[in-house]
Design a binder for this molecule. Structure first.
Ligand code: BG6
Length: 449
């Protein structure tokens, strides 16, 4: 079993979770800047105002990436650093920051892979209706065009949107993420359609304005169901369940988003369940825009559930089994089944845009951060991925989440996913054992997995 020769190895992070400098150098505010300060929303009353101070320390961070041996780095652009109000004037200082960041990556032979939107929505646009407004897709298209014009001489890999499932599901449905809303189904549906349109228009803009042939995808997540055993029947059930959705959980599903984007039509079940509210939203030409061809299908995968556990994430059936610090069950073969099912359905190369583990890390008495659980978790998941590539499932690469410990949204700073430990009191960085281990995996193209 082996990984292909040109396999992409790297790590990921997102602007709001690491940059800090939330109001410096002309940056506008986004919904996380505003709503994370609403009392009781975020663990310990924390927020991303400073985070890892990556805005001021990116050179040091890139040096550490280089030391580890990272070859690809997935970062996100902070929309309001570039366009403070979301539309209108561009902030030159924000552009300068990203130019320096991208240049430093390239100088260090690290290929940047850029996500346009990783949840930090401009507050000004939110106040104009945000994703609920059909205009949202024009705002996003303009943002995508601006970024492409500004950075596509340096950037080849683009992702439009990170996890629509989670930012809609947690931000606008269950009220756990900014802006902490609980919208009704009709509004949610309008929102998802506008987000799909935004994605499509962004793909169109990147394709049109890129200064070098772009490689475009998006970075969704979704339920990953694995078979109980490898019989044909069990595999078939797992495959079906991986793309199913219910009246309540549809925003969290794979196919609500993936089908329109790849097939140019909503899943039949969508019309069965919500035909009356969905049909009027779809205007002439929308589905063509939404399904503007993409080059890869991203997948953020942390855990799976086994056939028979239909309520999404693992629960009682997994009593006493290994769990990460965010309670997710450790399920070794998740990457194998997820890449297999996604690739079979959507017939696009799959890029693991995120996978990783939150642990209870700290600096040990010897000054190092020993995190054997993370190493073991990652090795287990990579074994599954190696099986996939050995069976010729088209997988482009693997990006570990995350390069640095960071602000884990409503969990605050407690949950550490990084290959690099961050002491938030001093901003001192320490490469964890897993960082050195992962560097070795990269060096050997996963041979030791
Ligand atoms: C993904 C997100 O959901 O998983 C990341 O794209 C996030 O931004 C990561 O940090 C870890 O998840 P969580 O739910 O612990 O924040």
């Amino acid at each position: 079993m082996k990984f292909p020769k040109n396999f992409i190895w790297g790590a990921a992070a997102a602007a709001y979770q690491i940059e800090g400098a939330y109001n410096e150098d002309g940056k506008g505010l986004n919904i996380w800047d505003i709503y994370s300060k609403d009392p009781g929303r975020i663990a310990h009353g924390e927020n991303g105002d400073i985070a890892c101070d990556h805005y001021h320390r990116f050179k040091e961070d890139i040096k550490l990436m280089k030391e580890i041996g990272i070859k690809h780095y997935r970062l996100s652009l902070n929309w309001t650093r570039i366009i403070p109000d979301g539309t209108g004037e561009v902030n030159q200082k924000g552009v300068d920051f990203y130019n320096q960041l991208l240049d430093t990556l390239i100088e260090n032979e690290i290929e940047p892979m850029v996500t346009l939107f990783h949840w930090d929505y401009p507050y000004e646009l939110h106040c104009k209706g945000g994703w609920l407004s059909r205009e949202a897709s024009d705002w996003f298209e303009n943002y995508a065009k601006t970024c492409t014009e500004l950075f596509s001489d340096k950037v080849k890999y683009w992702m439009t949107i990170n996890e629509p499932q989670v930012f809609v599901g947690l931000g606008y449905y269950s009220g756990l993420h900014a802006p902490f809303y609980k919208l009704c189904k009709t509004d949610l549906m309008r929102m998802t359609h506008n987000i799909l349109l935004s994605h499509g228009k962004a793909v169109r803009a990147i394709r049109k304005y890129a200064k070098q042939p772009p490689i475009i995808g998006f970075a969704p997540t979704g339920p990953c169901v694995t078979p109980e055993n490898e019989t044909k029947d069990s595999i078939e059930i797992a495959r079906q369940q991986s793309f199913e959705f219910s009246e309540n959980g549809y925003v969290f599903s794979n196919s609500w988003w993936g089908d329109p984007i790849v097939f140019g039509k909503y899943n039949d079940k969508a019309f069965e369940l919500f035909g009356d509210s969905l049909k009027p939203l779809i205007k002439d030409g929308d589905m063509e825009i939404i399904s503007a061809p993409i080059d890869f299908y991203g997948a953020n995968i942390y855990s799976s559930s086994s056939v028979g556990i239909t309520n999404g994430y693992p629960s009682n059936e997994y009593i006493g089994c290994p769990r990460t610090a965010v309670e997710w069950v450790v399920t070794d073969d998740a990457l194998y089944w997820a890449t297999k099912f996604l690739n079979e359905r959507y017939k696009l190369p799959i890029l693991i845009t995120e996978n990783g583990m939150a642990c209870h890390d700290w600096v040990h008495l010897d000054g190092k951060v020993h995190d054997p659980n993370r190493i073991d978790y990652t090795a287990r998941y990579l074994k599954g991925l190696k099986r996939a590539t050995s069976e010729n499932i088209d997988v482009m690469g693997y990006l570990y989440w995350s390069i640095l410990d960071n602000f884990e949204w409503n969990s605050g700073y407690d949950k550490r996913f990084g290959l690099i430990y961050v002491d938030y009191q001093t901003q001192k960085r320490t490469i964890k054992d897993s960082g050195y281990w992962f560097g070795n995996v990269i060096k050997n193209n996963g041979e030791n997995i």
